[in-house]
Write a protein that binds this ligand. Sequence first.
Ligand code: SAH
Ligand code: SF4
Ligand code: F3S
Length: 473
Amino acid sequence: MSGPADPEETGAAAGRTYWITTFGCQMNKADSERMAGILESMGLRPAETEQSASVVLYNTCTIRDNAEQKVYSHLGRQAQRKRLDPSLTLVVAGCVAQQEGAALLRRVPELDLVMGPQHANRLETLLQQVANGQQVVATDEHHILEDISTARRDSSVCAWVNVIYGCNERCTYCVVPAVRGREQSRLPAAIRSEIKGLAARGYREVTLLGQNIDAYGRDLPGSTPEGRHAHTLTDLLHAVHDVDGIERFRFATSHPRYFTDRLIDACAQLDKVCEHFHIPFQSGDDTILKAMGRGYTVARYERIIERIRQRIPDASISADVIVAFPGESDEQFRRTLTLIDRLGFDQVNTAAYSPRPGTPAATWPDQLSEEVKVARLQELNALVERSARSRSRRYLGRCEEVLVEGANPRRSDQLMGRTRTNRLTFFPARLADGTAIPTGALVQVRIEETRPFSLSGTALALSPEPKHQSSGG
Ligand code: SAH
Ligand code: SF4
Ligand code: F3S
């Protein structure tokens, strides 16, 4: 099955086009792909430009203030356009929509539809209400229906598959639980069937997604004789691993509080599961971690990393960190730096703390100044780059398996893809004998140049097609 079943444009959709801008995380991107799929099934086509689109949809993020502000500048422009052309349909979806709800309509009266992330799969129904002349706000807590639409995915090689929506944690800085709602795990059978469908359409890599993916299954019924939940992420990896055609599995985001040794063992054991772990630690100081409500200590985090490195020595490790959390002293900030120094990270996403509406930490009196935030962030980023640079060097001269995702956007004679450990890798688009390398191929690349966050090399050969072992034994 590919594409919308009915390309004939009839009725209301005739000649209509859409434009989606995605501001947020992987989950937000996955939602955009599903909404694009719904729009195409309704007969709309992708627009050439935002200015010419009949439906403009902003899928928004509110994780930090700067993410939220971005959407307002975009909205201003489209609101102006709408005043000249009332046939334009203007939609704000995602996390700002959920957070602001009807207030967004008051701020931008030109809006037709404000819809939270739990309503993404309902886009068609909501647009019908708009077509009936209503201004619609859909932000009520909603049971996410099994996704029966075919997402229109940006990549033809790598796909995201949601396995758990929402988050039940209460990190004191974070808006996600408020905007994404309670945890809702999908059933393993539904996930497996989506992955089989992806394999049938030629996808080769699947990333299982959840804000706290280690929570997968804890809301599903059943438990094992040992008292574990019947469905865990580890079980899920075992349950999907043998889908033919999919050569790589990834998962994100891991939470140190719930991360298990069983999961590390499964990753070591299951050969399609890539050697990369994204485990945010947020701070290298126990007092700050406690104030953040993270539920683990630095020592526990270090034990997890040690254990990974014992079992999977070459695994890459990435993380997220926040600096200048309320009350963070210089000494506490330095503990974050020394943790990075001690452990060595392949990649760290860094951010200065941003107070978010409705979160506890935003009301605390000991907020730090903009100067402190900027200075700490700069110092941290310099260290992260050094750490990534030194981790990258280990690839020099090695031969790495790379999954070809497509052309290097900056050089059309080159391809790009990622190593199993998730390093972006560039290489010429042909083998030595002149054979063109197709998108979706697994190639052996000899690494000749390393940079902090990417590698370059020469493709030596296509990887032999892996034999399909029936796993689960
Ligand atoms: N569920 C993931 C993170 C999701 S949000 C986890 O628990 O790790 C992605 C990242 O944004 C977080 O890891 C955190 O580093 C950052 N972040 C979240 N809220 C923030 C805030 N108020 N200010 C600055 N950074 C924030
Ligand atoms: Fe936010 Fe914490 Fe949930 Fe991650 S685990 S999404 S940081 S509340
Ligand atoms: Fe942003 Fe919402 Fe993701 S706030 S980070 S788009 S869950």
